[in-house]
Ligand binder design. Structure first.
Ligand SMILES: C[S@@+](CC[C@H](N)C(=O)[O-])C[C@H]1O[C@@H](n2cnc3c(N)ncnc32)[C@H](O)[C@@H]1O
Length: 270
């Protein structure tokens, strides 16, 4: 009996429900969310905001999305990728559109978002411009090869295991056009949360990848950390690594990698 109870308490299902409860608690603090922002774009409920960003107010939700999309625009531009001239953009792990709602300010591209959480995708479909799809935890995506000019993901690799991340890098390579850009955030070795969970920067440098709360992959319950060196090594199997900024320097509390798909087949990719 004790073994069954212990297995249940440690199950992925329990972890997911623990996270749902935590998100509901956070949402109780985010009171009086306005119906729309200054551009007339609807806000998601406090609960949906908490599902993607934990303890966040609607003002922070709006500000952080705006800041991140402009950061992505500037970083890709610095390496020759112009979001304003892209034909198609994908927001992978789009959540309830924290970034997507700001994309029309920087681009007129056909916009796509996808997420493995159906509830979040349903909200985006009903409230934001663009095409939204549900995908599975692991590849493939439903898009044809070489479909996108730009793919970005904010705080998705922060919740995936190493093998899943690796599989997604290969899939992004498939659906990105040659010369296209991929922007990815992750928790690096100087992220403040590492200290909170009792892992030192040096310890992470030794193991290169660390998973905290290794249950319910893809939910905010699981937190993944990796060194910038490790990320660069993994990404360079498929992409040119243009730049990786430390989480201390981006202003969005996560490291940001700017990757470019080579015009010619990559020597190491395959
Ligand atoms: C921390 S939230 C960030 C959401 C959004 N990018 C934002 O910045 O508000 C992580 C998101 O990634 C999604 N996600 C996690 N694993 C995924 C996967 N394998 N495929 C698609 N989405 C995934 C989650 O459902 C969640 O919406």
């Amino acid at each position: 009996m004790r073994a069954i109870l212990s297995r249940f308490l440690n199950s992925a299902m329990m972890a997911r429900w623990t996270q749902v409860y935590a998100d509901w608690r956070f949402s109780q603090k985010n009171v009086e969310v306005p119906a729309c922002d200054e551009n007339g774009i609807p806000f998601p409920s406090a609960y949906l905001m908490a599902r993607v960003a934990g303890d966040i107010s609607w003002r922070q939700f709006q500000r952080s999305g705006h800041q991140t999309i402009h950061l992505f625009r500037d970083l890709s531009l610095a390496h020759g990728g112009d979001i304003s001239r892209a034909q198609r953009i994908l927001d992978f792990g789009c959540g309830c559109g924290r970034l997507a709602r700001h994309v029309p300010q920087v681009s007129r591209a056909d916009f796509y978002g996808c997420d493995f959480n159906r509830q979040l995708v349903r909200w985006c479909r009903a409230n934001l411009p663009g095409t939204y799809d549900v995908n599975q935890l692991k590849p493939p995506l439903r898009y044809e090869a070489q479909f996108f000019d730009i793919i970005y993901l904010f705080s998705v690799f922060t919740h995936l295991r190493e093998a899943t991340q690796s599989a997604w890098l290969a899939e992004f390579h498939r659906v990105l056009k040659p010369g296209g850009f991929l922007l990815i955030t992750f928790h690096d070795e100087v992220h403040p949360m590492l200290d909170e969970i009792g892992v030192s920067t040096n310890a992470l440098r030794r193991t290169q990848f660390h998973v905290h709360n290794d249950r319910a992959e893809g939910s905010n319950y699981l937190a993944a950390f990796q060194t910038r060196e490790h990320f660069s090594r993994q990404a360079s199997k498929w992409f040119d690594v243009c730049e990786i900024k430390s989480s201390r320097d981006t202003g969005v509390n996560q490291a940001v990698a700017v990757l470019r798909k080579p015009e010619l087949p990559h020597e190491l990719g395959g």
